[in-house]
Design a binder for this molecule. Structure first.
Ligand SMILES: [Fe+2]
Length: 408
């Protein structure tokens, strides 16, 4: 349909109801009628035993909500389903294009169907009026969306990691073309885009494909890379995530399997000319280092069966500033507490650094920028499989887990 054929509508309908004369004389408001649709398919964040968060984006401003139904074979329209709203407005529903809704009060280890819902907003005039367009809900016949809350215990996990895709959405799509329902979770270990010049980039470059291919049903853990510090819209990045800490570093667990996702910062010192005077990474990662000490003192960490750390940059006391910061700020804490494995990225080449290669007393596996890394984790070992984008395994390696128990 031609743009010119869209209806241009006068909102002057709303004038004249007790408004002051000045308001009545204001210029009529115009707006374009558009149909609201999702741009970024929904993707799961911060799934717990009783809750989950789902994020998606829309083509125009909208109000949003999520409806949830049990996975019991009933039609979604069988009855009115409970509605959950975006509470980031602290009681007022946000009108925007990025939607983040947390659903809570669920049962552990239970599968639910959910449906993202949106009501287009065509115009808003402060206290006077909001003009709504049509409402729309994701078509569940074409794109059924389900979430399974975490159980209290797991015997085995399957997860996948990619990193440094730097906008190569086609590689991501090849890696995950059959991934729906395949993994317990997926990790994007940083630098999935080269910069966040415009916030739409993160959707276009990887999040929409993730939501379409697997992350509507599979929890996605996003680790910050150094490139995600860059660009005019870099500060909006957290709008597209939800983490247990509300920060870009966090920990999560599946039963006795404990994971830490570090924010390893920028690769150059804050004062470097290319950092444009806007970085305060060092105080941020020092704050993170204090948080890490609290994490390793926690009951969940101390009693874990396996401990794996994700960090975009790898530790190296003699490397770039970012690598050195990881080595100096995080590694001593991790060495003392004991972890099984650190999974890193950033260098765009595959490299395995056995314990003691750097100051890390644990193995560090650096994944390249093309490889899909799959891991099967149980209480005995972490079995890593490295795939090319044709899904062929070109290397496997295993690491024992629970090694830290000998030290305790
Ligand atoms: Fe990087």
């Amino acid at each position: 349909m031609k743009k010119s054929s869209w209806i241009l509508f006068l909102a002057a309908l709303f004038s004249g109801f007790g408004l002051p004369a000045a308001a009545q004389e204001a210029a009529p408001r115009t707006f374009e009628v558009q149909h609201v649709r999702q741009v970024c398919y929904p993707y799961l964040q911060h799934v717990t035993e009783t809750s989950f968060t789902v994020i998606w984006t829309t083509n125009i401003d909208a109000l949003s909500w999520v409806e949830v139904a049990p996975d019991d074979g009933t039609h979604f329209y069988n009855c009115e389903r409970p509605k959950y709203y975006d509470l980031r407005g602290l009681g007022r529903r946000p009108i925007g294009r990025v939607h983040k809704v947390t659903v809570s009060g669920l049962e552990p280890g239970t599968t639910y169907r959910y449906r993202i819902m949106m009501q287009g907003v065509l115009d808003q005039d402060n206290r006077r009026s909001i003009v709504y367009g049509e409402g729309y809900g994701l078509d569940l016949r074409k794109h059924p969306t389900k979430v399974t809350t975490k159980r209290a215990a797991y015997d085995k996990l399957e997860f996948a990691v990619v990193n440094d895709m730097h906008e190569h959405d086609s590689v991501l799509r090849a890696d995950f073309k059959d991934a729906k329902g395949k993994y317990d979770f997926v990790v994007f270990n940083g630098d999935m885009t080269s910069a966040i010049d415009h916030e739409e980039d993160v959707v276009k470059h990887y999040l929409s494909s993730a939501g379409e291919l697997f992350a509507s049903d599979t929890p996605l853990y996003i680790v910050r890379g150094n490139h995600e510090y860059r660009g005019n819209d870099a500060l909006k990045w957290y709008d597209y995530m939800d983490t247990p800490t509300g920060k870009t570093y966090y920990a999560f667990r599946y039963g006795g399997f404990f994971f830490i996702a570090l924010d390893s910062g920028e690769d150059k010192p804050d004062s470097d000319i290319r950092n444009l005077g806007v970085m305060a990474v060092e105080p941020y990662v020092r704050e993170e280092a204090a948080w890490l000490k609290e994490v390793v003192a926690s009951e969940a960490f101390r009693t874990a069966d396996a401990r794996i750390v994700f960090s975009h940059m790898s530790p190296n006391p003699k490397g770039w500033h970012g690598d050195r910061m990881v080595a100096e700020l995080f590694v001593p804490t991790l060495n003392e507490a004991g972890i099984d494995l650190m999974l890193c990225a950033h260098h765009h080449v595959h490299r395995i650094e056995p314990a003691g290669t750097t100051n890390a007393a644990f193995p560090v596996v650096i994944n390249d920028n093309q490889t899909l890394l799959e891991c099967t984790l149980d209480r005995k070992e972490a079995r890593l499989r490295f795939h090319d984008d044709a899904q062929k395994v070109w290397k496997t390696v295993s690491y024992p887990v629970g090694t830290f128990k000998k030290k305790q």
